[in-house]
Design a protein around this ligand. Structure first.
Ligand code: GLU
Length: 369
């Protein structure tokens, strides 16, 4: 079996308790050791994305807020103060390896609403193509629901899916899944590989928590389910010693939740099966042939557009003779798609007044029928 670390794209999730010392400062030597691991991955052409918690833990000390549970507005205030420091810590440490850090703050909604999903997805792609390391956190100061420790487990899984990563590494304070809580049952057995998250597996995950914050095993399993279903394997391992990614790759104890499909396959499946269509794009013969050969759909090959849809909605691509050739997520809303029918990509800006995507439907967002 190929190593989950030898992949094209990998997301690593870092919890607050790893990153923030009990005195409320960043654990700099640890961050430096992790960014050096990231550098090693980048050197062998694995693109990396970091999902980092720690904003609240860092900010609360600066603001002098008390220990214990804070009311939502104080958490948001702490996050606002802490996020700057968190981002600075990553940026400084990545800069040592000549890696530009890119801050991305998302709400869970951004990963659900298709229009924003498509935007965020292409931003990730653009950053990675430029050699930057996206550092993601939840946008805690504007998130309207209660900030729950553990949400970043879920967020990291959503990010991994959005970015079509093959692997998500959850760096945690436990080295994997056990048949029972190892802190309470000394004879709990470690589970190295999970092929399917069954009710038995779920029953093994009890709640867990530390002073600084961890989502516990339940939220790890939620994350593992989201990711593995979308074709992304999950490695759950202990992250507190230096060079945690190198250690995990060299065989430190962990649990691997194995994905069934590839991210690419799973995404195509999702587009093909799960989404209803809200429009039809009729294309000429040349475009239909290009699609079959694996190309994106450019506006130049389009003859007409029907339906009411928004950017990110699914549409059918039909040939002139009435055959449904493909289905895909369209990069323009209906009003603008109609205006750019038949245009060369470089004429889009003049017509719409803004520079959108060159492709009407990118090949990654498209399945042949
Ligand atoms: N987004 C929160 C923070 O950065 C943490 C959420 C979590 O730990 O899951 O402080």
């Amino acid at each position: 079996m190929t190593s989950p670390f030898r992949v094209r794209r990998l997301v690593v999730k870092v919890g607050s308790s790893l990153l923030v010392q009990p005195d409320g400062n960043v654990r700099k030597s640890w961050v430096d050791s992790l960014t050096s691991d990231l550098r090693r991955l980048r050197m062998r052409d694995t693109e990396v994305i970091v999902v980092s918690s720690g904003a609240i833990a860092l900010g609360r000390r600066v603001l002098g807020l008390p220990a214990g549970t804070l009311p939502l507005e104080q958490k948001q205030a702490a996050a606002a103060v802490g996020q700057i420091r968190l981002a600075a810590a990553w940026a400084d440490s990545l800069a040592v390896h000549d890696l530009p850090a890119a801050q991305i703050l998302l709400t869970l909604d951004d990963t659900e609403a298709r229009r924003r999903y498509l935007n965020a997805r292409s931003t990730f792609a653009a950053l990675l193509a430029q050699g930057a390391v996206p550092v993601v956190n939840e946008n805690d100061t504007v998130a309207t629901s209660e900030i729950r420790f553990g949400d970043n487990d879920r967020l990291s899984a959503r990010v991994a899916v959005m970015a079509s990563a093959e692997t998500l590494v959850l760096l945690s304070d436990v080295d994997g899944l056990y048949t029972a809580d190892p802190r309470r049952s000394p004879d709990a057995g470690h589970i190295p590989v999970v092929d399917e998250i069954t009710p038995e597996i779920e029953a093994m995950a009890g709640g867990a928590g530390t002073a600084v914050g961890t989502g516990g095993m339940v939220s790890k399993l939620v994350a593992a389910r989201i990711a593995t279903r979308a074709g992304c394997s999950v490695v759950l391992t202990r992250g507190d010693s230096l060079h945690p990614l190198n250690a995990a790759e060299e065989g430190a104890r962990s649990t691997l939740f194995r994905a069934k499909a590839s991210p690419h396959g799973a995404r195509k499946h999702w587009i093909a099966a799960a989404l209803g269509v809200s429009g039809v794009v009729v294309v000429d013969e040349g475009a239909a042939r290009a699609l079959l050969a694996g190309s994106s759909l450019l506006p130049a090959g389009v003859r007409s557009v029907e339906g009411r849809f928004e950017r990110g909605d699914a549409v059918l691509i039909r040939s002139l003779d009435g055959r449904d050739v493909a289905k895909g997520l369209i990069a323009y809303d209906a009003e603008d798609a109609v205006k750019i029918v038949g245009l060369r990509s470089h004429d889009i800006e003049r017509t719409l007044g803004y520079r959108g995507r060159d492709e009407l439907i990118h090949r990654d967002d498209l399945v042949l029928l």
